[in-house]
Design a protein around this ligand. Structure first.
Ligand SMILES: NC(=O)c1ccc[n+]([C@@H]2O[C@H](COP(=O)([O-])OP(=O)(O)OC[C@H]3O[C@@H](n4cnc5c(N)ncnc54)[C@H](OP(=O)(O)O)[C@@H]3O)[C@@H](O)[C@H]2O)c1
Length: 306
């Protein structure tokens, strides 16, 4: 078995070591132009040249959950593309989103400002029932986030492509149900994949349908959100603010208005990082399952886009 590693902008050596240790009989190497044919590849943002030079690949393991950038490449239709599923990401995402929701709900930004001003001020408790959280995307990450939010007794809604039945979560599915989902939501959490159907889905029309005082948490992809529409709706007072982890251009350009906006919190695409050891273990487990002829989770449907 031949495994090749092609990780743009990341050190490949620990991945080579981890896979070589798990498969001592295999040839595990870092890809370079002209490298021999491999059976499996572990990739992050590979160039088209890599795909073109490896027509014999059976499986391509992407070391992230989102495959939107990968699917922009011209891939052989028969190639099995596998995403990381969870591998330590869902708990990080749950932490991040719960933190953002609670910080907003409990007005901790206001208390920070009071601290800066040396002011002992008290804010009236707000009603949790008025802060329904709507999670768009109930996949590996969204479901974990929705369940984590339930622990704090927020009303939780979910929106997905296909119908779901999750205890205690009001589930909406399919585009016709989107207006009802948005109207029932005050805090919107985006955890959908970026596909032609979901690009720009957070725009003036949809965000206007959130409850007054709505709040947006985008942890999926920057291209889901129309930046100017968000700013317009915050400045008009319809939305209370936003926490954004992902952007159309990353790093977020220094002159982008999000940086200085007093009601927008920016983090540098850090809500759920790929954890190397967990990811290597998951890929090893999947290669072993494939060797035994068993099915694996996390296979990407190239037509569907996720
Ligand atoms: N910021 C970060 O650090 C970070 C880290 C990891 C991932 N991400 C992003 O998070 C995204 C979600 O990850 P995941 O692992 O949870 O993905 P996933 O398991 O593929 O789940 C995607 C969810 O979105 C739903 N969905 C897809 N297209 C839809 C549409 N057109 N309308 C309504 N719902 C739709 C799916 O519906 P069905 O259930 O019906 O299929 C599914 O529930 C990734 O694609 C990536 O972009 C960000």
């Amino acid at each position: 078995m031949n495994i090749t590693i092609c990780l743009s902008g990341l050190a490949p050596e620990p991945w080579v070591r981890g896979l070589a240790q798990a498969f001592p009989q295999a040839a595990v190497s870092v890809w370079a132009p002209g490298a021999p044919q491999a059976d499996h590849a572990v990739v992050w943002a590979p160039p088209q040249q890599f795909i073109d030079e490896q027509p014999g690949l059976k499986t391509l393991f992407n070391i992230g959950a989102g495959v939107d950038a990968l699917l922009q490449l011209k891939l052989p239709p028969a190639l099995t593309v596998v995403r990381l599923d969870d591998a330590g990401m869902s708990v990080q995402m749950a932490e991040y989103v719960c933190h953002a929701v609670i910080r907003h709900f409990r007005e901790f930004d206001g208390y920070d400002a009071d601290t800066q001003a040396g002011q002992w001020s008290f804010r009236k408790p707000r009603s949790r029932a008025d802060f329904a959280v709507g999670v768009m995307g109930l996949g590996v990450l969204g479901e974990r986030v929705a369940k984590a939010l339930q622990v704090f007794d927020f009303p939780v809604h979910g929106y997905s492509r296909s119908p779901k039945d999750l205890p205690g979560i009001r589930c909406f599915s399919g585009a016709p149900a989107l207006p009802e989902f948005l109207a029932a939501t005050r805090v919107l959490v985006n955890l959908m994949p970026l596909t032609p159907e979901t690009e720009n889905i957070l725009n003036r029309r949809t965000l206007s349908q959130l409850q007054p005082g709505g709040y947006v948490i985008n942890v999926a992809r920057g291209r889901h959100l129309v930046d100017d529409d968000l700013i317009t709706l915050i400045d008009s007072g319809h939305l209370a603010g936003a926490t954004l982890d992902v952007f159309r251009t990353e790093p977020l350009p220094a002159n982008h208005p999000f940086w200085a906006h007093p009601r927008i919190t920016v983090t540098p695409h850090t809500s759920a990082r790929t954890l190397r050891e967990e990811s290597i273990a998951q890929i090893v487990g999947k290669i072993q399952a494939l060797q035994r002829g068993q099915p694996i989770n996390g296979i990407v449907d190239q037509q569907r886009g996720y």
